[in-house]
Structure formats: C-alpha cells, structure tokens
Ligand binder design. Structure first.
Ligand SMILES: Cc1cc2nc3c(=O)[nH]c(=O)nc-3n(C[C@H](O)[C@H](O)[C@H](O)COP(=O)(O)O)c2cc1C
Length: 216
C-alpha cells in the first residue's frame, strides 16, 4: 500500500469517536466566539449543490434567547422523547434507552449550554412542494457542513449533538431570532467544551452486513 496522505490513526479516531455529546457538555466553561468562527471556516469547505454556498449559521449565546430556544426545543421534544424511551425499554434495547435517557438530560439543560448554533440554508423555494431531488439538494447542501463543523469542534476539545426537534416550532424560532423568509433552519446544535475527551466508537453493524455489491 502506498503511504496514505494523512495519519490514518488520527483521522479515523476523529471520524469514529465524534459522538452526540449531551451529558458531558461542560456547562461552566465559556466557548470563545473565535473557536466557533474557526469551525465554521472549516465547515465552509463542505460541498454544496451547484456550489451555491448558501450556509448561514446563527450562534446564540445570549441567555434570554437561549432560554427561548430551549423552551421551543422542549415543546417539540418532550412528548416524543418520553414515548421513544418507553418503547426502547419495552423492546429491551439498552443502547437506545441510554440514548433517550441522555436526550432527556440535554432537553433539561439546553438553556445552560454556552452556545446554541442553528445551521441554516438559503432556500427561497422550500415552502413550495418540492421534488425529491430538490429536497436532497437543499439538505445535502447543509448537512455535510454541519458534520464538518462537529468534527472541527471535536478536534478542538468541544462537543455537540445534532438535534432537530425544535424544528416543529421553526417559525417561532425564526421570529425569536429574526431569521428571514427563504432561509431554512436545518438543526440546532448545543456547543460546549466536553468534560474529558476520551470518546469511543459506538457499536455499529459490520460493513459487510449493510453493503450490496452490484445488486441488492
Ligand atoms: C437527523 C438527526 C436528528 C437528530 N435529532 C436529535 C434530537 O432532536 N435530539 C437529540 O438529542 N439527538 C438527536 N440526534 C442525535 C442522535 O440521537 C444520535 O446521532 C444517535 O443516537 C447516535 O449517537 P452517537 O452519534 O453518539 O453514536 C439526531 C441525529 C440525527 C442524524
């Protein structure tokens, strides 16, 4: 094998240990705006459909606005999360029970996280009925940047969780933050330094069980 252009042990560790962090967000340590800008700068290298580069990032670090967003998140989340936890318990699915336990902790503490980041995409046509390719193009032009942002955070000792449940109240969030029409919110990321940095790969199905060669 030729010499790879990166230190694979480090890049693979970054890619396999960037977890959804909820309980281990350090709520006491401030997050500098400069580190968020640095991570957005890196995320701006992500691909976008037709090279439109329509990302917009709203970083909320003002306490009243964080509280307003956290309330919207809880309104969107609590019913779903408590039901989902109960159904994982009924199935005896311990990994998913742990996930939903921690989602409930995050829901409780969302307003205390140092920064709440809402990645948006310019989407002037999103409120019309769109064909599947257009939705794919819209979401596909923001989610690669979101993941790059999360990886850049992780490599600097910060963590986040990709959340979407506030989007049930996206219009109210738009009014709270003055997000203009034609700009679509894609997610809400609580961002903080992490308590410790020793995250581990999660259990996932082996690649052979989810790959089909040539035919399904
Ligand atoms: C599209 C999407 C929506 C998600 N929404 C939420 C959410 O609203 N709240 C939350 O706490 N986690 C949310 N998550 C995080 C998942 O629960 C998490 O990625 C999954 O449990 C795997 O955890 P891990 O990344 O630590 O392995 C979301 C993830 C994705 C990809």
């Amino acid at each position: 094998m030729i010499e790879p252009p990166f230190d694979l042990s480090e890049t693979d560790r970054l890619l396999t240990t960037t977890r959804a962090v909820r309980r281990r967000l350090d709520l006491e340590r401030a997050v500098e705006r400069s580190v968020i800008l640095e991570c957005v700068e890196i995320a701006s290298q992500a691909p976008t459909g037709s090279n439109r580069q329509g990302w917009r990032w709203i970083v909320v670090d003002e306490p009243d606005l964080k509280k307003g967003l956290a309330d919207l998140y809880r309104r969107g989340a609590m019913g779903y999360l408590t039901k989902a936890r109960a159904s994982a318990q009924d199935r005896g699915d311990a990994q998913t029970v742990r996930v939903f336990e921690s989602t409930l902790v995050l829901a409780d503490t969302m307003q205390d996280v140092p920064a709440l980041v809402i990645p948006c995409i310019e989407a002037p046509t999103a409120n019309r009925a769109l064909p599947a390719t257009a939705w794919s193009g819209l979401y596909g032009s923001i989610f690669p940047a979101i993941w790059s942002f999360q990886l850049a955070l992780r490599s600097r000792g910060l963590g986040s969780t990709l959340t979407t449940l506030h989007l049930q109240h996206a219009q109210e969030a738009a009014e709270l933050l003055g997000i203009p029409n034609g700009t679509m919110q894609a997610a809400l990321l609580p961002v903080a330094y992490t308590i410790g940095t020793d995250f581990k790969p999660a259990a996932r199905p082996p690649a052979e069980t989810i790959v089909h060669w040539n035919h399904w």
